[in-house]
Design a protein. Structure first.
Length: 295
């Protein structure tokens, strides 16, 4: 015969006790964040460190189990991370939002949380301008197709310096965000991180090259890449936006020996950013049991 279930009153008292413990830990975490901010300032580091944030999320997801949804767990921590950034510095986000693609705002909101101010801009050109003027901390732009409306990547490649891609959104599933398009986060340029899992490059070649030709060139160089967009830069230069499934440093020999089909001159590669690989559907799938508690 099974034990009689605990009363609703007892269970609610248990929930209250757990909530109090969680709240105490949240306040303790905020206190430690103050020390983290001081340490970052001493080392000359920015308040937002996307690689570290991804590391935290991936560690928690890996150890997570039980009935609580994994993507909800990540959402809770993203709210705390966004709040922690706001505690360390004045931080704001610019987002490209237009009538055809309102979902980019949702992705930015889910990533940075309710504590971080966000401002909508109609075009990537406007966003890049306010970012270059330091009027916002980071910008969120759509992952582009082949249209001129998504030419922010060409602007970054032509400038040779300035903001770079630091993250791809969504990091932990789309949830109820509108639309189906992903986004990139543009932030202050940083050194090539040693533990980056993905990299974004603009590849320029002489002459007119098709999508198939660009893909063949990358495949021949054994670069695991996805071609996101193509653009005609001038009468004799074609460019491709390439996401590489590795944190490939700009000095890698494969990038300097890219020869387009039928061409005789190597392509030019411009690093646009390095970032963490978003969590996969498998990583976010429910786990049957909770991890064993340490004794």
């Amino acid at each position: 015969m099974s034990d009689r279930p605990r009363s609703l009153k007892t269970l609610r008292q248990e929930i209250d006790r757990i909530d109090t413990q969680l709240h105490d830990l949240v306040m303790e975490r905020a206190s430690v964040v103050g020390e983290v901010a001081a340490a970052k300032r001493a080392d000359g580091l920015p308040a937002e460190v996307p690689g570290r944030e991804a590391e935290i999320m991936r560690r928690l997801v890996k150890r997570h189990g039980g009935r609580f949804p994994t993507n909800s767990l990540v959402r809770l921590w993203r709210e705390m991370v966004g709040a922690a950034i706001s505690l360390q510095t004045e931080f704001s986000v610019a987002v490209v939002v237009n009538e055809d693609d309102p979902g980019i705002w949702d992705l930015a909101r889910d990533h940075y949380g309710v504590a971080v101010p966000m401002t909508a801009f109609r075009s990537s050109a406007e966003l890049l301008r306010v970012l270059s003027e330091n009027r916002v901390s980071v910008g969120v732009v759509p992952v582009p197709g082949d249209g001129v409306e998504d030419s922010w990547w060409r602007t970054l490649a032509a400038a040779g310096s300035g903001p770079r891609v630091t993250a791809r959104l969504p990091f932990a599933g789309r949830g109820n965000a509108r639309g189906a398009r992903d986004a990139f986060v543009l932030g202050p340029a940083a050194a090539e991180p040693e533990n980056a899992e993905r990299s974004l490059y603009a590849i320029e070649v002489r002459g007119e090259v098709s999508r198939g030709g660009m893909a063949s060139m990358l495949s021949a160089a054994r670069i695991p890449a996805t071609l996101l967009a193509m653009a005609r830069v001038s009468a004799d230069i074609t460019a491709g936006l390439v996401e590489i499934d590795q944190g490939l440093p700009q000095g890698d020999a494969r990038l300097h020996n890219l020869i387009p089909p039928g061409g005789d001159r190597p392509a030019k590669a411009f690093a646009l950013g390095f970032y963490a690989k978003p969590l996969s559907a498998r990583e976010l799938a429910p786990k049957e049991s909770a991890p064993a508690k340490p004794e």
